[in-house]
Design a protein around this ligand. Structure first.
Ligand code: NAI
Length: 734
């Protein structure tokens, strides 16, 4: 029977109002760990035993957030062998929440801060939900973004509260995290409070007014809003859902949306208790599978390690940038200026003429107007942001800037020139950054006097949306500059990965392999539409040939020329990639250079929109009837990127596994279900029968090398790790 409650405090007033305060003494946030499960059982027993003296219950927390959800450290360790344990533990929580829900007394969730996942599921078991409108507070069920589903009754109850369609589209399938106000608009909470006092007052008022609360679904005659598949009208709409799912996942192997859909639909046709069991089974199926482990590793643990500065040099005092000089107000400079100003940094935006600089600021004006019209910000905040950006063409206006971010044309001598113009105008110890996407940082640094303060800060386009920045340490970059660059990226709320200098750094070099592999397949004679489909089904957000067109076909030629020269100068021999001949012919023979040139692998209309794959590809390249296994097509793309990432580790360009995983997903669109480019190797599922994990990956790479070329030969580091039974992890961080 009753164990003691260690994480839920019982407070009772003279009127019989019980407040349950969740407050895990061992963690900064409340999670569904064993201590919570035991405490929940204990307070549930007590509520039932003392029911006659209780008038109502408020559930709240003593932490900054209400409740963080499942304990991911536990969940990532679930194996098929321990799955039953997870099922039993989950059912115990569900049973206890159900006992509280059917106690016959009003129960109110007073959400004093973020209530995500398991936290929101506790709130769902209450009869009324009030949320404090605290800054940054979020509400919802983001489980799908970690490859899971809400297994604490979240599917069962949102379906019954909102109807199947709204539950799926607004809560479960996208995992949207709502602000308290938006949560109220969408029916996730009933009321919002401005202060903690008001929060508790509103909770008490509900209890006073509803002495005998019952959930709608426990009242006689209850029907799920909007109907269920038993209703022919609703059933007619059901086939649209799998199509929505396919659109969301591109046919890539994300099992969570599929399980969510099944749990919602199957659970809607049975009684509440059976629906709970169905939900638990689909939850455990996901938790025991590889995809949720990959996604938890990347989107929780790796992301946390990267953002918390596992790679930031220790011992350098954190410093905030107050005024930044952005050189070049083109596409990248304009976006960088906006991101800095949004973070409260003063920006001096310099271009060759005031007109160009004003045009660059115009980009921020456009983004601000849009944000105001969509209600994402206020006019006052937008005006303040814009007031922080000063456009100019004069070097002396950069006086006092404590950081410089250069984003002029991709040309070494021009970059040298612009740094020379300003290096003695800005603050004497200003951090000097270049946003080059391809030029080696060490050589660029030779153009400035203080080489140890010079560093690469590689943003991605569009800057306001892309969360990643790749920091590139040149040979002479100092530790202090690295720490300051890291702090600057965090100051503008982006995620910094750190790499050592090398041609193409990490991201540009690795994405090149993906594109080359797709192009090579066209050259072999494979139907181009199948190549595009393979990329989509592997889970890439952009199809490979359309991406090539966006980047322009002349870019890889330019990079190839420079790289080849460098390799040969160093006494090496250049090994041509089969994609090169395809690209050369596209450019030289057919004059097709990509989207900006009006024609590439695709045709384009006058409005610049794709109209379809170029028919000439079939005429000049496709061998009718020639195909290779679809699995090979997908894995050639994924393996080409994973293998080169291992080479980058060998070469010391990459020094952290978490950086590689996060950089690949957030910078270059490596599919999220893999957990990133190295976690993909760790979690290799042996799809083509080669075995799992590193040994399976090595065996499969050798198979691909035999069929498609030496570029798939596994590097020594990988073979060595596979033989030792190791995996890719940042051992220092566990
Ligand atoms: P862009 O052509 O849109 O803008 C370059 C700007 O620099 C123009 O406004 C030009 O007037 C200005 N400029 C030229 N000479 C100048 C000078 N002496 N002083 C001040 N401004 C000058 O080019 P974009 O795309 O913005 O690229 C800029 C840099 O960012 C390049 O190094 C590029 O490789 C890099 N980059 C580009 C990415 C992309 O997706 N376009 C991604 C990441 C980095």
């Amino acid at each position: 029977m009753s164990t003691e409650s260690t994480t839920i405090r019982w407070e009772q007033d003279r009127t019989g109002l019980v407040t349950l305060v969740i407050d895990d003494p061992n963690q900064s946030a409340n999670t569904m760990n064993q201590a919570f499960r035991d405490s929940l059982a204990a307070v549930t027993d007590r509520l039932e035993a003392e029911k006659d003296s209780i008038r109502g219950v408020i559930i709240t927390s003593a932490k900054k957030t209400f409740f963080a959800g499942g304990d991911l450290r536990d969940l990532i360790r679930v194996t098929p062998e321990t799955a039953q344990e997870l099922f039993d533990g989950g059912m115990a929580i569900k049973r206890n929440l159900r006992r509280i829900e059917t106690l016959g007394k009003p129960v109110v969730a007073a959400l004093n801060g973020a209530a995500l996942g398991g936290g929101y599921e506790i709130a769902l078991a209450c009869h009324h939900r009030v949320a404090l409108d605290a800054p940054g507070s979020k509400i919802g069920c983001p489980e799908v973004t970690l490859g899971l589903l809400p297994g604490g009754g979240g599917v069962v109850r949102t379906v019954r509260m909102l109807g199947i369609a709204d539950a799926l589209l607004k809560v479960l399938l996208q995992g949207t995290q709502y602000s308290p106000r938006r949560a109220q608009e969408n029916g996730l909470v009933d009321d919002v409070a401005e202060t903690r006092e008001e929060l508790l007052a509103k909770a008490r008022a509900f209890i006073d007014a509803n002495p005998e609360s019952q959930q709608p679904w426990d009242k006689p005659g209850y029907r799920i809003p909007g109907g269920t598949p038993a209703n022919p009208k609703f059933a007619a709409n059901l086939p649209a859902f799998p199509a929505t799912l396919r659109k969301q996942t591109g046919g890539a192997p994300y099992p969570a949306p599929r399980n969510i859909l099944a749990a919602a639909v199957e659970g809607s046709q049975v009684d509440f208790e059976t629906a709970q069991v169905i939900e638990a089974r689909y939850f455990v199926d996901l938790a025991a599978g590889q995809t949720s482990k990959n996604m938890i590793q990347a989107f929780f643990f790796d992301l946390q390690a990267v953002n918390s500065g596992a790679n930031r040099p220790k011992g350098v005092e954190p410093r905030q940038v107050r005024k930044v000089a952005v050189l070049g107000a083109g596409m990248m400079g304009a976006g960088i200026a906006y991101s800095c100003a949004r973070a409260g940094i003063d920006v001096v935006l310099k271009d060759v003429s005031l007109e160009s600089a004003l045009e660059g600021k115009g980009y921020s004006e456009k983004l601000c107007a849009k944000a105001v019209s969509k209600g994402r910000t206020t006019q006052q905040k937008a005006d303040a942001l814009l007031a922080r950006i000063t456009p100019t063409a004069e070097a002396q206006d950069l006086a006092g800037c404590d950081a410089v971010i250069e984003a002029v044309f991709e040309d070494t001598s021009l970059k040298h020139k612009v740094f020379q113009e300003i290096q003695n105008v800005v603050a004497p110890d200003a951090l000097l950054c270049s946003n080059t996407s391809t030029l080696p940082i060490t050589a660029l640094a030779e153009g400035v006097e203080r080489q140890s303060d010079f560093i690469g800060l590689h943003f991605f386009s569009p800057v306001d949306k892309m969360p990643l920045v790749e920091i590139i340490k040149g040979e002479r970059t100092g530790e202090e500059a690295l720490a300051r660059a890291f702090d600057l990226v965090r100051q503008i709320n982006k995620t910094p990965i750190v790499v050592n200098d090398s041609r193409g750094f990490f991201t540009s070099r690795v994405i090149g392999h993906f594109i080359n592999e797709g192009v090579a397949m066209v050259g072999e004679g494979i139907e181009p539409a199948s190549v595009e489909q393979a990329a989509a089904q592997a889970g890439y957000p952009a199809k490979v040939l359309s991406l090539m067109d966006e980047l322009t076909l002349t870019l890889p030629r330019k990079i190839r020329g420079e790289t080849k020269r460098a390799v040969e100068e160093a006494g090496g021999t250049w090994t041509a990639h089969p994609a090169e001949a395809v690209i050369d012919r596209m450019v030289d023979e057919f004059g097709r250079t990509g989207r900006s040139g009006g024609a590439g692998f695709y045709d384009y209309g006058d409005d610049g929109k794709r109209t379809g794959l170029w028919q000439g590809l079939r005429e000049h390249y496709t061998k009718p009837g020639y195909q290779i296994p679809f699995e090979d097509m997908k894995e050639r793309m994924l393996f080409s990127e994973a293998l080169d990432t291992v080479r980058l580790l060998e070469e010391g360009v990459l020094t952290s596994v978490a950086d590689a995983n996060i950089g690949s997903i957030f910078g270059i669109g490596f599919p999220g279900w893999t957990g990133g480019v190295l976690q993909y190797i760790n979690g290799y599922d042996g799809g083509a029968g080669a075995g799992v994990g590193l040994p399976g990956f090595v065996a499969r790479a050798r198979e691909l090398a035999e069929r498609y070329g030496d570029r798939f030969t596994p590097p020594a580091l990988l073979v060595d790790k596979a033989e030792k039974g190791e995996r890719f992890s940042d051992s220092a961080r566990g």
